[in-house]
Design a protein around this ligand. Structure first.
Ligand code: FES
Length: 334
């Protein structure tokens, strides 16, 4: 067991078989983080005293300058003994539901598209999460954790669902799609993430998703539709893929079924060649959102998730449309 001391905040906490940032979040501290997998760099801290080891070798979230300044990534740094660190804690990074590690048993599987599948797990130890958050899964036989967003909402915390896109040649998704069977277990650590549903935001909701970003946006839409605080708010849901086979047509309507006429679904494809009979939009998610909502964009609480190129284009479009940054919610995984 290592003791982590943050002199500027006048506090210390225990860290056992954990990373410095995750242990802090488990203790209810506002340690900044986002992706949890070593990519975004938001969890950087300075090591004043002690020794740490990164779980992920050469994480992209650190650059040469950081290394020269003895900076490490909180989500990857595991202490080798007691450590003293410098980091600015912030209240907005405090978790409402503290992340916990548990075992999760695969209880059900459904195909949503040719390469997106919903995996439904039962947790050995229940825990709650907010719509839009994610968990770290450790899949048997695969080194390290992978971040996947939940797609459901839960009042009991015993069932967590994930809509996961197969990554061609990807070790974790190959194992999940081709090897994991009903009744098998994975390690689950969560919930994490800041791009959760803001129930106190008095605006209509816009969800923009592409590829694997489907899962958290479905959770946000489900959470918003079920929230008494958001009663009467409309939910616009744009989902983009390359061709019709990437799009959950009828099945997404079933996923969002039961929430009445407040949800409007706008499917879009970016490669219309050969897509005879396609009746949805044609174009990229950011262009479709701009076309559909134009000057009204700043009136929405906007949530988005998807591949890096899509997320970057969406962000650029929303900034150009002068949507206040406080109304934008996404977790940076790149
Ligand atoms: Fe640690 Fe992203 S690099 S949270």
């Amino acid at each position: 067991m290592a003791k982590i001391t943050i002199p500027a905040a006048n506090l210390e906490y225990d860290c056992e078989n954990d990373t410095i940032a995750r242990a802090a979040v488990r203790h209810g501290l506002g340690f900044p983080y986002e992706c949890n997998v070593g990519s975004c760099g938001n969890c950087r801290f300075e090591l004043i005293e002690g020794e740490v080891e990164h779980r992920r070798a050469n994480p992209p979230g650190l650059n040469e300058r950081d290394i020269a300044r003895k900076r490490f990534l909180g989500c990857q740094a595991q202490p080798k003994g007691d450590c003293t660190i410098k980091v600015s804690l912030r209240d907005n990074y405090k978790s409402k539901h503290l992340p916990r590690k548990t075992e999760a048993v695969l209880a059900g599987i459904d195909d949503l598209t040719h390469d997106i599948r919903e995996f439904r797990f039962n947790l050995k130890q229940s825990n709650l999460f907010l719509p839009g958050q994610y968990a770290l899964l450790s899949v048997p036989g695969v080194g390290g954790d992978r971040a996947y967003s939940m797609s459901n909402v839960t009042n009991l915390g015993d069932e967590w669902h994930f809509q996961i896109k197969r990554v061609p040649g990807g070790e974790a998704t190959t194992s999940l799609f081709d090897k994991l069977k009903i009744g098998d277990s994975v390690g689950l650590d969560g919930p994490y993430g800041m791009a959760y549903l803001r129930e106190d935001a008095p605006r209509d909701i816009l969800c923009l998703a592409g590829g694997s970003g489907l899962s958290p946006m479905v959770s946000i839409a489900r959470g918003a539709a079920a929230s008494p605080a958001l009663k009467g708010r409309s939910i616009e849901f744009v989902y983009g893929g390359r061709s019709p086979r990437d799009i959950c047509g009828e099945s997404i309507l079933q996923l969002l079924d039961g929430y009445g006429e407040r949800i409007h679904y706008h499917p879009a494809i970016s490669m219309p060649e050969g897509a005879e009979g396609w009746t949805g939009h044609t174009g990229f998610v950011h262009d479709i959102a701009e076309m559909l909502f134009g000057e009204k964009l700043s009136q929405y609480e906007v949530y988005f998730a998807g591949p890096p190129l899509m997320s970057q284009a969406v962000m650029k479009m929303l900034i150009k449309a002068r949507v206040p940054v406080g109304q934008l919610h996404f977790d940076q995984f790149y």
